[in-house]
Design a protein around this ligand. Structure first.
Ligand code: ADP
Ligand code: MG
Length: 527
């Protein structure tokens, strides 16, 4: 961490946070913080849509029904849309990303979402991409995995994070050799008669004249000659084919932007090699006896400077399957891009920091107003370190005596890592004499109030069962600033997850919980 922080080129930090709460039956239904998410805080996209979806039956449908048949609420309930709070999570998160993009002050730079190699939560993530496009069409958003960043990323002279548009082994350039090899490319084969016109209008170089080295063909040979095209004949052909819906799927990717004429180099090959080597886009005729491959070169294609990096991956070890992904993370951290989260914010979201903040005197270091300190402390439930000291020993004894009253948490994210119930005792007994225990924290188990309700699931036969459920409220907040100034710091929306009261964790992605909407009622009525 020290290395990264001292090398970091960017002082601005963007936080897209979600703080999760349960109402606590043991504290007169006051809210207690479950945890604070600083990286990949999910469901801003879907929750915003769920709010609208859930408001429909309550606000509209009921009005059309005869009073005797009302199944949802009462008339006063119906008339009050305030009771269904509007949800600005998606817009708020995307405006904060756009604000960071503005601060970076490079109109051509892109916002990059870092995604998993297999993205399970893509429905939520893509809402952000669409929303940014809607709100700020001038901002381009790209998605890259850590693996792709490892392969395509580099730092510019001013420590800009640059994603290089080049292509992997297909053109004979191995990732490791990419810095030495001038040709990094996407390629496709030629277009018959168009190839002929293309070649006749091109300027032909000998290999020695051309500063760019041609890639090897499939059997290892280099082309005898190649042409550099000054006008975009081939590009136009591609566009035309694409409009007809005949383009290869590769053409729809952002790499297509590399195909502007001045950045397009064309090689032609001897027939036998070309015919066997290249992908032939659907609907494009292979020219008899001659095929054309088009190579975008790294030196000429447009690189993407990344102004804002939005991590939706990178929070758990499995997302770094090799050294390449760790190097990718380090590259991003060393760059001038504004990160969400910054490495400091990422660390601030750990359970250990949550526990340390709950220590007496810790909140006071950050807030000076007494009443603010009190209000913040009020939302903490008991949090205990497992250090080798008096407090750690006391916490262990408490939990061994009453394991059901505690949750044991490691420094992990993403759900499914905590320990509950009798297993708390087993784990503590196993680790209590080893250093490992200090990597965990203990937390009071919160008992949220139970409501009897339905969870609607896909593929369910008949009516869903009436079940005992509990709800967890997540509040989204955004913050943007540097060490001297905070430019944005506000609450933007919410997310409600409802799960069976018997389930330890409420994972929506894991299938045990469901997204829900809060319906506000007067506190006096509930007590
Ligand atoms: P992660 O960061 O992996 O999501 P959390 O600390 O948020 O881990 O815990 C995951 C889930 O476990 C929560 O959403 C909640 O349902 C349950 N949980 C966590 N802490 C507590 C607690 N102190 N009391 C009751 N349930 C908890
Ligand atoms: Mg979390």
């Amino acid at each position: 961490m020290e290395t990264v922080v001292s090398l970091a080129q960017q002082t601005f930090q963007l936080g897209l946070f979600r703080s999760d709460y349960f109402a606590d039956s043991a504290a007169n239904f006051g809210i207690k913080q479950v945890e604070f998410n600083t990286i990949a805080s999910s469901f801003g996209g879907i929750a915003t849509n769920i709010s609208q979806y859930n408001s429909y039956p309550v606000v509209y449908t009921v009005l059309d029904w005869p009073a005797d048949d009302w199944e949802i609420g009462t008339q006063s309930l119906v008339s009050s849309t305030e009771k269904l709070p509007t949800n600005g999570a998606l817009q708020g998160i995307c405006e904060a990303l756009a604000e960071a993009w503005t601060i970076y002050a490079d109109l051509r730079a892109v916002v990059m979402i870092v995604v998993e190699n297999v993205t399970y939560n893509i429905c939520d993530q893509r809402f952000h991409e669409f929303e940014i496009r809607e709100l700020h069409p001038e901002i381009r958003v790209i998605r890259k995995t850590l693996t792709e960043i490892g392969e395509q990323g580099k730092l510019g002279p001013m420590k800009e994070l640059i994603m290089v548009l080049w292509v992997k082994p297909a053109c004979g350039v191995e990732p490791a050799a990419r810095d030495k090899a001038p040709t990094t490319c996407r390629r496709w084969s030629g277009t018959g008669p168009n190839s002929a016109s293309l070649l006749s209008s091109s300027v032909t170089h000998t290999q020695a004249d051309n500063p760019l080295r041609a890639p090897r063909g499939p059997s290892g040979q280099r082309p005898a000659q190649w042409g550099e095209l000054g006008v975009g004949i081939h590009t136009q052909n591609i566009q035309r084919e694409k409009r007809r819906g005949r383009g290869s799927s590769d053409w729809g990717t952002s790499d297509e932007r590399a195909l502007v004429p001045s950045r397009t180099i064309h090689w032609h090959w001897q027939p036998s090699s070309a015919r066997t080597s290249y992908l032939r886009p659907r609907g494009v005729d292979e020219p008899p006896g001659l095929a054309l491959s088009v190579i975008t070169t790294r030196s000429r294609c447009k690189d993407d400077v990344v102004s804002v990096v939005y991590y939706r991956s990178g929070y758990e070890p499995g997302q770094y399957p090799s050294q390449l992904e760790w190097e990718a993370r380090l590259l991003v951290e060393r760059s001038r891009a504004i990160k969400s989260p910054s490495i400091q914010y990422h660390l601030a979201g750990t359970k250990k920091v949550q526990q340390a903040l709950a220590r007496p005197g810790a909140v006071e270091k950050f807030l000076t107003e007494l009443h603010q300190v009190e209000v913040v402390r009020e939302i903490f439930t008991g949090l205990y370190s497992l250090d080798f000291d008096k407090f750690g020993e006391e916490a262990i004894q408490l939990a061994l005596a009453n394991p059901d009253k505690f949750v044991l948490k490691p420094q992990r994210e993403g759900g499914g890592n905590n320990v509950y119930g009798e297993k708390v005792r087993e784990e503590l007994l196993a680790m209590k004499d080893s250093k490992e225990r200090t990597a965990w924290i203990l937390m009071d188990r919160i008992s949220p109030p139970i409501q009897t309700c339905y969870i609607v699931r896909p593929g369910q036969d008949g009516l869903p069962p009436l079940s005992d459920l509990v709800s967890e409220l997540g509040i989204f907040g955004v913050i943007l600033g540097d060490k001297d100034n905070i430019f944005v710091n506000k609450q933007v929306g919410h997310m409600l997850r409802t799960k069976l009261s018997s389930a330890d964790e409420g994972g929506v992605a894991a299938g045990s919980g469901a997204l829900d909407s809060p319906y506000l009622i007067d506190a006096v009525v509930t007590c």
